[in-house]
Unconditional design. Structure first.
Length: 184
């Protein structure tokens, strides 16, 4: 694994965690949240020529400012796509650190949000597929919508573009549906 990549991810994580402490000193409180979700992993570009639409599971945690407009989150996911022609499967396991922007006024029944960030993913052949395992940098960006179900409970739907920078880039669009607890 590339040490400089690990250093970049560690720096981003520390910066995201340091922000809440600085915000509290200015009397701007932050609130944490966590969530789980799952959905489809839709391959795009060259990746779609070799694999079928697959599935993914996701766990996430993050924070928002009191007004809920700015935040950051980290997520981990596991996904699997079958290789076309019955040649096994490709598994993607990794995580992202994202900046989250949620425009709009509180309270409201639903909120759109934008997210973008960096990640680290391992692409591994499985189920009879040949090839070697690769751990590489990933870039992602997307949008979603949160629907408030009750006191600090949300349903979220999001789609994003994820590019894992493997030898032949593994580009996909994860479409995720899940629940989130906490935050604003």
């Amino acid at each position: 694994m590339n040490r400089s990549l690990v250093a970049v991810l560690a720096t981003l994580t520390c910066a995201a965690l340091a922000t809440p402490a600085a915000a509290q000193k200015k009397d701007i409180s932050v609130r944490g949240y966590f969530g789980i979700g799952g959905g489809l992993a839709i391959p795009v570009g060259d990746f779609s020529e070799g694999v079928k639409t697959g599935w993914l599971g996701q766990a996430l945690g993050g924070f928002t400012t009191r007004g809920g407009i700015f935040g950051a989150r980290a997520d981990v996911s596991f996904g699997q796509n079958s290789i076309k022609g019955g040649g096994g499967k490709i598994q993607l396991v990794g995580g992202n650190v994202d900046v989250v922007l949620t425009p709009g006024h509180r309270p409201a029944n639903f909120h759109p949000y934008l997210l973008a960030g960096l990640g680290l993913y391992n692409a591994k052949p499985a189920g009879g597929a040949t090839g070697s395992s690769e751990t590489k940098l990933a870039l992602n960006g997307g949008l979603g919508v949160q629907f408030h179900l009750g006191h600090r409970t949300d349903l979220y739907v999001e789609g994003r573009f994820l590019s894992v920078r493997t030898q032949a880039s593994s580009n996909l669009i994860p479409l995720t549906l899940g629940f989130r607890w906490g935050g604003i």
